[in-house]
Design a binder for this molecule. Sequence first.
Ligand SMILES: Nc1nc2c(c(=O)[nH]1)N[C@H]1C(S)=C(S)[C@@H](COP(=O)(O)O)O[C@H]1N2
Ligand SMILES: [Mo]
Length: 418
Amino acid sequence: MKQHGVDTPTKKPAGSAGNASRRKFLGMGAVLGGLLTACQTTDIGEEKGPSPLGRPLRAYGERSANETSQRFMRPGKHPELGATRTPLQDSHGMITPSGLHFERHHAGIPDIDPAEHRLMIHGMVERPLIFTVEEIRRLPSVSQIHFVECAGNGGGEWGAKTAPSAELSHGLASCSEWTGVPLRLLLEEAGVKSGASWLLAEGADACHMQRSVPLDKALDDVIVAYGQNGEAIRPEQGYPLRLVVPGFEGNMNVKWLRRIKVDDTPYMTRNETSKYSELQDDGTAWIFTYPMDAKSVITYPSGGHKLNSQGAHEIRGLAWSGRGTISRVEVSTDDGGTWQDAELQEPRLPMAFTRFRIPWSWEGGDVVIQSRSTDDTGYVQPPTAALIEERGTKSVYHHNGIKAWKVNADGSVTNADA
Ligand SMILES: Nc1nc2c(c(=O)[nH]1)N[C@H]1C(S)=C(S)[C@@H](COP(=O)(O)O)O[C@H]1N2
Ligand SMILES: [Mo]
């Protein structure tokens, strides 16, 4: 069969890349046996004459109507507040589609006219400045791929690990390509006065989200972003301007950014004292715990999936670290007895999602699977028990313990501790 303008694989000369990769694929017969048999016996049908024309073109694309993956939303009394979660269990690769990026809003999504919006930089600077969005977009730009992860991601995993799915256990994390201006550039333009060591970032939403950011981080890799995955940042992610603070807890990535005040002290705002601080068993709390430590989660198979047949499956997941690049991910399929290195998808970027994959054959029965990541500082993702040993169970935030799923004999996948 020859479709218009498309050569079938059989038309390729012997020894072409297509055939070589086909041979490689067939060489995996021992692993893929079940799948290949299924292919051979499938009737692909006779050609039924010319196909009708497809639907018309459209100016802004949408995914296939067959794809229904949604952000997880829990209906609340106040629909403007709370969070939606990325359905990590349905994800491919390292980038989160903008429409599925998790959301965490403290006061709803403001409707901001970019022509009216301003960013003010003041405080301990030689020249206080006010930028329009147009001015920001004219400045030398960078694009960086980074995850944003709420410090509360996995907060439910401190106690009974009941999260039934990857979106509920890990879905307050997403990864995008962010485009914008290095904050360093704006600060150099304003002229930071000597003695300054902090800045306060403030949003234009109803709660005027405020966070203190150490000046050395601000001068390092922070960006004032206006782009997300190739287009303007979505309103939910902070349109028209947001701070991207690579690797630091999500809350510091102030959305709808309208003000930066340079100072020589942190501000002890609500969201860095009462919230986003970690209560210890002795009644003291850790504050300014900025980087998100190395973490990983198996996204397939994960809670809610159903394996329909034994044999070949690819275990897939995501790993990330707020302190650098993921250097290793190990996977166990025997309840932590033995661990095997997974293949890491390139490029592996600092403070970005890294996709990992490992072939696996399910021989039926109950199987507990889990993943463990290591970053390039040498830090290894700990078991949850070790985190609890260190911090107790009141911390709420910064849970990065190893996550286990259980593949049950009937093919259903559940939380291993449910
Ligand atoms: N202005 C403003 N910025 C904000 C918030 C907010 O409510 N208002 N939420 C913060 C929190 S707690 C997190 S985890 C991240 C979430 O970013 P996202 O909604 O783009 O995923 O934004 C942070 N920035
Ligand atoms: Mo958050």
